[in-house]
Design a protein around this ligand. Structure first.
Ligand SMILES: [Zn+2]
Length: 327
């Protein structure tokens, strides 16, 4: 997978500009913002990492989580996701044109990975939180024909798309789902954690909706990941007001312990780190550094693939995947 295949650069840049406008507008209004403790370990000692579009990002001294504080209040964020131009743009201009490529390159392998990791859920109950267009569930349906597969999707438009695809839909925020109606063997949330206004109640809700011993699998951006560490405030992944939390695979267990989970596996199966850094040096987004200029100039394709493979296996990719078990 190359970054250019799954993201059209012009559409991505336009989307990020809309987000930046939202971020500047929201952060200028103190009534819409609140300060928080570390969303992973709840400690209060942090250092300013950088400021971007009016948002302060700080690094927790205890667990190295990178997070925005102050950040929009829950109400301000809900309103933003419901009404802002950026959300509609993301759906129609950014996501839809690459939907079929993403189905093949991202969602189908993701569905296959889930069946490999959790074979017992084939006849159980599975829920995807933030199911979006329902593509993961569409891909999973033929693999798990005897399972109960539920799309959890609070947005009306997307919930309707999921229904049109023949999926069972819970059109609600996860936090308002009734544990009596749903007892999940497995819940997943892909690229959602970084958006959460307050991870703790979200994780407690996941815990409440899982059977004892049930699993939660999620992916998110790692703040100790290669491209984010190098690019830092220049990283396109650091995009307020949407991306607020950048946990890491080394300390995420602190949040899991606080919310009734044990860590099963923390990995960083990302494949795009070098490609992203390379792209930012080429287009001038990032001025580069001596070592990485040298790598870019002299290391051949196989060497760059080795580098990416080392990044992923050392848990240093910015794409991380966590498996946790409800205890
Ligand atoms: Zn912390």
């Amino acid at each position: 997978v190359k970054e250019s295949e799954i993201r059209i650069k012009a559409a991505h840049d336009r989307y990020l500009k809309l987000l930046e406008d939202d971020a500047v507008r929201i952060s200028a209004n103190p009534e819409l913002m609140e300060s928080i403790s570390c969303p992973v370990c709840a400690q209060d000692q942090s250092q300013l990492a950088f400021t971007k579009a009016g948002f302060n990002y700080v690094t927790c001294e205890a667990c190295m989580t990178l997070y925005a504080s102050p950040r929009p209040t829950f109400e301000a964020l809900i309103q933003l996701y419901r009404e802002s131009e950026s959300t509609a743009y993301w759906v129609n201009e950014f996501f839809k044109p690459v939907l079929e490529v993403r189905r093949e390159r991202i969602f189908r392998p993701r569905a296959e990975m889930i069946t490999r990791l959790f074979p017992d859920v084939a006849t159980g109950t599975f829920g995807d939180v933030g199911a979006g267009f329902g593509i993961l569930l569409e891909e999973l349906s033929p693999l798990w024909p005897d399972g109960r597969l539920v799309a959890i999707e609070p947005s009306k438009e997307m919930a309707n798309l999921c229904r049109a695809a023949g999926l069972e839909v819970a059109e609600e925020m996860l936090e308002s789902l009734d544990a009596g109606t749903y007892e999940f063997d497995l819940l997943t949330a892909f690229e959602l954690f970084e958006h959460l206004q307050d991870p703790r109640p979200f994780f407690e809700s996941v815990r409440r909706l899982l059977k004892p011993g049930g699993h939660f699998l999620f992916t998110t951006l790692s703040g100790t990941g290669f491209d984010i560490q190098l690019l830092w405030e220049k990283s396109r992944s650091v995009s307020p007001p949407h991306h607020l939390n950048f946990a890491n695979p080394f300390t995420i267990d602190r949040l899991l312990k606080r919310t009734g989970f044990e860590l099963v596996d923390a990995s960083t199966p990302g494949v795009l780190d070098w490609d992203i850094v390379d792209g930012c040096m080429s287009d001038g987004t990032w001025p580069g550094e001596r070592l990485w200029d040298t790598v870019n100039r002299f290391v051949d394709t196989a060497g760059k693939e080795n580098l990416q493979s080392w990044i992923s296996s050392s848990k240093l990719s910015s794409h991380m995947q966590i498996v946790a078990r409800a205890v």
